[in-house]
Design a protein around this ligand. Sequence first.
Ligand code: PLP
Length: 271
Amino acid sequence: MEERKIMLNDAEIPRQWYNALADLPGPVNPPLHPGTGQPIRPEDMQAIFPMNLVEQEMSPERWISIPEEVLDKYLLWRPTPLRRAINFEKALGCPVRIYYKDESVSPPGSHKPNTAVAQAYYNKAYGIRRLATETGAGQWGSALAMACRMFGLDCRVYMVRVSYDQKPYRRMMMQTWGAECIPSPSDRTQAGRNILAQSPTARAASASRSARPSRTPSRARTPAIPWGACSITCLCTRRSSASRRRGSSRRSASTRTWSSAARAAGAISLA
Ligand SMILES: Cc1ncc(COP(=O)(O)O)c(C=O)c1O
C-alpha cells in the first residue's frame, strides 16, 4: 500500500524557524510606509509591532530559535502531516509525486496560528496586554483569538460586517476564545465613523444589525461602500459578494502594505 502521509513525532518538531531572506539572491525591497511612500524604518513598524518582533523581522539570520513557550503551544497540533496527493497524481496521469503540508489540523483550521502564536508570545514578552486586528472571513481573527487566549492577552477583532453576519461560526470561535469581535465598519474607530458618516446605507445597516440579535445571519447583501473610502473594509465587502459571483477569492493590493509586514513575520516559516 502506498504511504499517504508522513508524520513527525513531537521530538522531531523543528526547533528553529528558517528565515528565507538569508538565502535570497539579494536584499528584498523594504515595505513602503503607506503614509509617506518611503521605505519603512524600524521605528515606523512600532506602530503595529513591538521592537522584539521588528528586530526579528529585520534579522539577516538564517535560523532563529523558536522560544520554548511557543514550541509548547505548537505541539498542540504540530508537527502537521505531510500528505501525498495520490488521487491528484492519478488525475494528472503523469509520473510525479505530489505532497502537501496539511495545516488544516490546527484548532482554527489554517496555517495562520503559526505566526499568530509567535506574535502573541513576543507581544506578551514585550509587556503588551491587548492585541487588536482585522479579519475578513475570520481565519486570521480566530487564529489570533486563540493565540491571545494561550498567552493571556486581551484580543479585539474587527470583522468585515458581511462575514460577521454570514459566518457566525468563525465569530463564535473568536468569542469562545474570549476575543471581542466587532462588525466593521463600526463607530469604534475614526475610520469606521468616517465610513458610516459617508454612507447612509451602511449607517442604516449597522444600526439595524446592532439593534437585532446576531443569531440570525441576514441574507441581505451588505450595501457597497464607496470605493477607496476605507480600503480594507470596502475590498473585503466587495470581494466577498464578487467572489461569490466569480467563485474565486483574490487578495487585494491595498491591504498588502501593512499585512505584508504582518505576514513577513510569518515569512520566517517552520522548516
Ligand atoms: C493579517 C491578515 N488579516 C486578514 C486576512 C484575511 O483572512 P481572513 O479573511 O480569514 O481573516 C489575512 C489572510 O492572509 C491576514 O494574514
